[in-house]
Structure formats: structure tokens, C-alpha cells
Design a protein around this ligand. Structure first.
Ligand SMILES: NC(=O)c1ccc[n+]([C@@H]2O[C@H](COP(=O)([O-])OP(=O)(O)OC[C@H]3O[C@@H](n4cnc5c(N)ncnc54)[C@H](OP(=O)(O)O)[C@@H]3O)[C@@H](O)[C@H]2O)c1
Length: 279
């Protein structure tokens, strides 16, 4: 980052809860100029808010008009957008057979196309500036699939390919693209997870589904709070040459990513199935 971090203007998508809120709260207290987004915010309140901390702007990453409005709003207040944290996202759970095409589309609309909309909307400004950090929150589930999270895992695997490619394209403009891949953390993610509609009507997978969901939920609810991720994000912002990928989370989960590269795929698969109690 060419500019001193204190002047940094940061946009964080999905700042009403979990990682996004924790990052927005922390970074705004460190004197960064932070703009967060939520689908529940409104411009009336944003414009008249005199409260310290970060500004919350309405934005739905699934709606290009809403994304444009948000970027325009920030550029009316600021000269640059130095850092973008693509964080907005959610999870759909259910067997692949039970997830409708509409549900797959809904999952990708937010987690994948949402990131593309944001990147395409801020890149012209970042190219003009000649610098910027585009930080995308992927997931360890984008490096190793989780049973009954096929739609979610696929959306996060897709981000891996997207950002890997984007990074090489935009380096020439002084813009850095980075993936942060968290394991399980205790955020609003668990309560905001959507169960595919057909899951309740189709008994075929119910036993394994119940076991796997219990493991997922317990991992998340007993997971760490977002502090570690927040500190990592600040380190990335301050680093002029950040790496492409940063995994973050409980040791066994980040270690599993490493192990996947070393052991036969069949052995890794049986370890994952055992972990999620799949018969
Ligand atoms: N928690 C974990 O264990 C974990 C692990 C790996 C990766 N992640 C990833 O971390 C990111 C943040 O999740 P979290 O754990 O902090 O969950 P969270 O507490 O549920 O927060 C999700 C945020 O995303 C926003 N959001 C959802 N859909 C949106 C949309 N269409 N447009 C704009 N904003 C939207 C929500 O804002 P509004 O509802 O107010 O609009 C909310 O602020 C996600 O990408 C998730 O996949 C989480």
C-alpha cells in the first residue's frame, strides 16, 4: 500500500454481523476511514449520522444498482477507495440432490457473483489511483469440501479460481488481490445458514445430514471469536506485497489444509467422512 495506513479508506461488505462487523469496529477505532454495508441500512441514516466509528451504507451484493450506488456514495465523500474487503456471504446446507438449481444460484449470487460485482465496480477507481488491496473472504471449505455443504463449498472453490486469476491481471496496476480462508469461527453464520427446502421432505440422507450438521454447528459455535481474523486483515492491509492466500482458524483445521496436499485423496476423504460422522 503506497499511502500511509492512517489515511486508508476501507469498504467492508456485510458489516452488520460477524467478521465484517468485527473488522469495521476494530479498524475504525484505529483511525482508518471505514465504510461498512448492510442490506438493512438506509442512506437517510447514513447521511445524517454523526456517530463516531464506521459509516453503514445500504448495499445488496446481488444487485448491481445497489453496488453502484454504494461505490458512488463513498467516492462523493472520499478521493480514493484503498481497501475493499469482500466479506458478505452465507451458507446453504443440504445434500446436492436436495438443493434446487434456484438454491445453487442463490448461493452463487451472493458468495461468487457478489464478489465479481464489487471487484468490477471498484477496479476502475483503483486503477486510476494506481494502488489498492482487494481482500476476499473465502473459506477453508473452498480448499476442502464439506459434506452437505456442496453449494457453499462450490461457491468458495469458485472464488479460489477467480481471485487467483484476478491477482495476475491487476498486479500491473499496483493492486493486490488476496484470499483469506477462515476455518470455523463463532459469528452469525450458523444462525443465518439456510437449509435447502427439500431436505425436510426427503428422508434418504437424513441420518448422515443430521450428523454432519451437528458437527458443523458445534465447530462454529465453539469456534474462536473473530479477533484473530481481524488482526490478520490489518496485517494484510499494512503489507505492500501480501501473499495470495492466508488460512486462519483453529490449528486442526488449518493443519488439515496442509495434510490434504500430502496424503492420498482416498485417505483424506475417509478422514473427512469420519470427522463429519458420515456412514
Ligand atoms: N463464520 C465462519 O465459520 C466462516 C468460516 C469461513 C468463511 N466464512 C465467511 O465469512 C464471511 C462473513 O460471514 P460471517 O461468519 O461473519 O457471517 P454473518 O455473521 O452471518 O455475517 C454475514 C454478513 O454478510 C452480509 N450479507 C449476507 N448476504 C448479503 C448480501 N446479499 N448483500 C450484502 N450483504 C450480505 C450480512 O449483512 P446483512 O444481512 O445486514 O445484509 C452480514 O453482515 C462470509 O463470506 C462467510 O462465508 C465464515
Amino acid at each position: 500500500m503506497k499511502k500511509p495506513p492512517k489515511d486508508c479508506v476501507i469498504l467492508i461488505t456485510g458489516a452488520s454481523s460477524g467478521f465484517g462487523k468485527a473488522c469495521a469496529d476494530y479498524l475504525s477505532k484505529r483511525d482508518y476511514r471505514v465504510y461498512g454495508t448492510s442490506r438493512k441500512a438506509d442512506f437517510e441514516t447514513t447521511e445524517h449520522s454523526a456517530s463516531p466509528g464506521f459509516k453503514m451504507i445500504p448495499m445488496d451484493v446481488c444487485d448491481q444498482g445497489s453496488v453502484n450506488q454504494c461505490i458512488e456514495f463513498i467516492l462523493q465523500q472520499e478521493k480514493n477507495i484503498d481497501v475493499v474487503i469482500n466479506n458478505a456471504g452465507f451458507g446453504i446446507v443440504g445434500a446436492i440432490e436436495d438443493c434446487s438449481i434456484e438454491e445453487f444460484k442463490q448461493q452463487f449470487e451472493t458468495n461468487f457473483f457478489g464478489v465479481i460485482r464489487i471487484c468490477q465496480s471498484v477496479l476502475p477507481q483503483m486503477r486510476k489511483q494506481g494502488f489498492g488491496h482487494l481482500i476476499t473472504i473465502g473459506s477453508i471449505a473452498g480448499l476442502m469440501s464439506v459434506p452437505f455443504q456442496g453449494a457453499y463449498s462450490a461457491s468458495k472453490f469458485a472464488l479460489e479460481g477467480l481471485i487467483e486469476s484476478l491477482r495476475m491481471e491487476i498486479k500491473q496496476f499496483g493492486i493486490q488481490a488476496v484470499l483469506v480462508e477462515p476455518g470455523d469461527f463463532n459469528t452469525g453464520f450458523t444462525d443465518n445458514r439456510i437449509t435447502a427446502e427439500k431436505v425436510l421432505k426427503n428422508p434418504v440422507y437424513s441420518e448422515n445430514f443430521k450428523h454432519a450438521l451437528a458437527v458443523m454447528e458445534s465447530g462454529e459455535r465453539n469456534g474462536p471469536s473473530p479477533e484473530k481474523l481481524v488482526l490478520l486483515i490489518e496485517r494484510i492491509i499494512k503489507n505492500p506485497q501480501p501473499k495470495l492466500r492466508y488460512t486462519v482458524g483453529m490449528f486442526m483445521q488449518t493443519f488439515a489444509v496442509f495434510v490434504k496436499r500430502l496424503i492420498p485423496a482416498s485417505l483424506f476423504e475417509s478422514l473427512i467422512m469420519k470427522t463429519f460422522n458420515i456412514k
